[in-house]
Design a protein. Structure first.
Length: 532
């Protein structure tokens, strides 16, 4: 989307629904875009050419030929996905057809073994092991229903989990067969839209993680000239995502009516509440469904990412960058008035697509090298970002530590877990303790966060000492014996797992080594020369 009017106009109006295949044509191998040109009014391909002069509504000005993606009888599932991804990269205007045929028995079998074996069952109560007993028969029945268009999405069982702030997060648990088909469709959609997603998006994408977003944001704040930050969060994003807009966004790259109708079935699937009440949502996608993260990324790609890159950044005088993980995002700006203008504009932008910002999690604050005591602090992906002076050289650096809310929540969850599981055998219990500590270090073990890691270790060990001594009426361990227990089962000590190269960006500057970096001012003449 080169302009804001393209960002909005190319999706058309929600009221004017367009059928992706100009009718029921899921069995045809080749369909031409020209055959349904009259029904394409109001929708424009994201990467197509400029609109025709004099046209009041964007149209597809360049005919896009739909071709069969792969021959699934001769190629494996991974090869099929690779072929789709390659085509999506080579032709940014291509709309894929014949995708529904990829949902055959061989491909679904491969996707089945990618599901979690210990996942909670859906409304039908079928587990992974039960379905696996007669896998071939079950897959044949499922494929037959998909071919006959008699497949129906089952109710989604809703479960609420604590968020750590006293609120509950609603999760949707689909039935196993729905998970299986969603797994296959999610991989197909990822193969297509990964070619379009922008570098500012980090959530639920292959080869990207929350820590990647944290590191890139840290380096941008430290090396860049940004002085203001807008921290934002979308209120109830997964519950307010509009189906009509999402379908039109998918149709920018998909020309397979059967595949689009399949996604629509999952969006409209009823939700079974714990008390037995059934809801039929008109908006949103169940948070917890396998296909939901991909759909969420597609939605925010058109709503936020493209709009920011093609409209906001071009209109700003200073530099600006967006970092987004799912519905959490942070924007960096050079000037206060541009940051304030963005905060107001993004509210209007999200409102066009049925979304709104969570006001208690949205703020504009001073955050720059020249801010001094006026700099604020903000949280992103479980970390608190702040400016502080280096202990060695005394110059200002960006520091990260575990968010206070996340630290309290992690200690509370560990305490609750050990209280409920203290009756287990001591060997199994301590193995789980070691795994929990190791997982905490692997995520929060960033440079400068050793104090918070030590706090977690201290509080969790206190809770562990308390509850292992309540396994019986007699006290089992002294502190000395308890420390020997930790050593015996190799419960890891806090450690920093992040390396200097990951934070200093040496991979992008092969001429530098770590010794050179430590001995020079990164924002001085040497740094400017390296960028030339």
């Amino acid at each position: 989307m080169a302009r804001e009017d393209r960002a909005d106009g190319n999706l058309g109006r929600p009221e004017a629904t367009r059928r992706a295949n100009c009718g029921s044509q899921s069995g045809r191998n080749v369909q031409r875009q020209e055959e349904c040109s009259e029904s394409n009014q109001g929708i424009r391909s994201v990467h197509s050419s400029q609109p025709i002069a004099g046209e009041g509504i964007d149209t597809i000005t360049q005919p896009v030929e739909e071709t069969s993606t792969v021959r699934t009888t001769e190629q494996s599932w991974s090869t099929s996905l690779r072929a789709i991804a390659n085509k999506a990269v080579q032709d940014k205007a291509h709309r894929f057809g014949g995708l529904y045929r990829l949902l055959n028995q061989a491909n679904l079998r491969e996707c089945f073994y990618q599901l979690r074996k210990d996942a909670a069952p859906g409304v039908d109560g079928v587990t992974f092991k039960e379905y696996e007993k007669n896998l071939d028969e079950h897959l044949r029945s499922l494929v037959q229903r998909l071919r006959n268009k008699s497949y129906r999405a089952r109710l989604v069982r809703r479960k609420y989990i604590p968020k750590g702030n006293g609120k509950l997060r609603p999760l949707g648990i689909p039935a196993l067969e729905d998970k299986l088909v969603q797994c296959a469709v999610a991989q197909i959609l990822s193969a297509i839209f990964e070619a379009d997603f922008l570098p500012c998006s980090y959530g639920y994408r292959p080869g990207r993680s929350p820590l990647d977003a944290v590191r890139e944001l840290t380096e941008a704040l430290y090396r860049g000239r940004f002085e203001f930050v807008v921290e934002a969060d979308i209120k109830g994003f997964f519950d307010h995502l509009r189906h009509d807009w999402l379908i039109r966004m998918l149709e920018q790259r998909i020309n397979d009516g059967a595949m689009v109708r399949l996604v629509r079935k999952w969006l409209r699937a009823g939700i079974l509440e714990a008390e037995g009440r059934i809801e039929h949502p008109e908006t949103g996608t169940p948070q917890g469904g396998i296909v939901s993260p991909v759909l969420a990324n597609v939605y925010l790609h058109y709503v936020l990412d493209l709009w920011f890159e093609r409209r906001v950044r071009k209109a700003n005088r200073g530099q600006s960058r967006l970092f987004r993980f799912a519905d959490d995002f942070v924007c960096c700006f050079d000037y206060r008035h541009e940051a304030s203008a963005f905060e107001q504009a993004v509210k209007e932008r999200l409102g066009k697509f049925g979304l709104e910002l969570a006001l208690d999690k949205t703020q504009t604050l001073r955050f720059g090298r020249g801010g001094g005591g006026h700099n604020g602090r903000f949280d992103f992906l479980g970390f608190e970002f702040r400016w502080e002076k280096s202990r060695t050289r005394g110059h200002a650096i960006v520091k990260r530590r575990t968010s206070r809310k996340k630290l309290r929540g992690a200690v509370a969850r560990f305490t609750e877990w050990i209280r409920e599981n203290r009756h287990e055998k001591i060997g199994e219990l301590m193995k789980s303790v070691a795994d929990k500590h190791r997982g905490h270090w692997n995520y929060y073990g960033v440079i400068g966060n050793s104090k918070s890691l030590g706090q977690y270790r201290t509080e969790s060990c206190r809770a562990l000492f308390k509850w292992v001594n309540r396994r019986s009426q007699k006290r089992s361990y002294t502190w000395r014996a308890f420390n020997r227990l930790l050593q015996r089962f190799a419960v890891p000590m806090p450690r920093i797992v992040e390396g200097a190269k990951e934070t200093l960006g040496l991979k992008d500057k092969p001429g530098w080594n770590e010794q050179q970096v430590r001995g020079m001012n990164l924002l001085g003449a040497h740094y400017q020369a390296s960028r030339a």
